[in-house]
Design a protein around this ligand. Structure first.
Ligand SMILES: C[S@@+](CC[C@H](N)C(=O)[O-])C[C@H]1O[C@@H](n2cnc3c(N)ncnc32)[C@H](O)[C@@H]1O
Length: 274
């Protein structure tokens, strides 16, 4: 029997297990959102308590994480139609597998994460070819901007499940800094309201990740544009549309999704740097 890999990651890094578990569970559904079969193989290689993760994710968590990933994928596919040989940068990549579902054979892909998380990624998902580069750095080490190099063929940055773990001042400094240096890039990430933060934090703690705290909460995405004249809001997207509510099996999930929709508890933000 192959020995499973023990996880030894920092507190925020460990949260990469949550979206991975959600994608693996979705892939076992008869009508999956993402059909990420790779996620099933990856989670099986790790020494983790899958039941505990699933109990705390609950149905709304699993659907939310998979819809988040699928909406980001749609945005990447739209970007690649315009910029087929552009660059895609995934900040806080964890064990994300978007490349395997969206690659067009031409684009250049960059996955950035903390050194310990990247080491795990290298071990489980080594770069599949020369168009994929792994960057073992914190996103606050801005030398990654040089690692990305020329962006005249287009750059799309995704940051799913990362920014809410930091303080608002850290997020605003980060976005303002990269906006002034990466003009023309598009960026997509999720935001959570102060109210939504309470529920999601409870789920993260319940899954055993007691030291990972959500810190940044925001309801009105347009306020992000106040941080820098280089930031323009393209659109916001709801994580749960009506089709998501129809898909949910439990009544309590449907009710929570409606509340999430009505109060904009979790949204995706699509920005352009100018
Ligand atoms: C909830 S996980 C999301 C993983 C991945 N984006 C996904 O959706 O599957 C949060 C990720 O943020 C990463 N992270 C935490 N601090 C970071 C930092 N300072 N720079 C880059 N990534 C960071 C963690 O290592 C982890 O992979």
């Amino acid at each position: 029997m192959v020995k499973k890999i023990k996880i030894q990651l920092g507190s925020v890094q460990e949260t990469l297990l949550l979206p991975l578990m959600a994608r693996a569970k979705d892939a076992q559904d008869r009508n999956p959102i993402l059909s990420d079969k790779e996620a099933i193989k990856l989670i099986e290689r790790l020494d983790v308590d899958q039941d505990k993760l699933l109990r705390n994710l609950t149905e709304i968590g699993i659907l939310g994480l998979c819809y988040r990933a699928s909406k980001i994928e749609e945005a990447i596919q739209t970007f690649l139609q315009k910029y087929p040989n552009g660059k895609i940068l995934d900040i806080g990549a964890g064990l994300d597998t978007t490349y395997y579902r969206c690659d067009n054979g031409e684009a250049l892909w960059y996955d950035l994460d903390m050194p310990d998380a990247m080491q795990l990624r290298e071990q489980l998902l080594p770069p599949p070819n020369k168009r994929v580069t792994y960057i073992h750095k914190s996103m606050f080490d801005y030398s990654w901007i040089d690692d990305i190099g020329d962006i005249s063929n287009g750059l799309f940055i995704t940051i799913p499940g990362v920014l809410p773990y930091f303080k608002e001042e850290e997020v605003s400094t980060f976005l303002s800094t990269i906006a002034s240096r990466l003009k023309g890039a598009e960026v997509m990430f999720d935001i959570i309201s102060q109210f939504g933060k309470f529920f999601v934090d409870m789920r993260i703690k319940g899954a055993g990740m007691k030291a990972a705290h959500l810190q940044w909460g925001i309801l009105e995405a347009n306020k992000i544009t106040y941080w820098s004249r280089h930031i323009e809001l393209i659109r916001t997207l709801k994580i749960f549309e009506n089709s998501a509510v129809q898909r949910a099996k439990s009544i309590s999930t449907k009710i929570m999704m409606r509340a999430n929709q009505a109060m904009d508890m979790t949204q995706l933000v699509h920005l352009r740097f100018r």
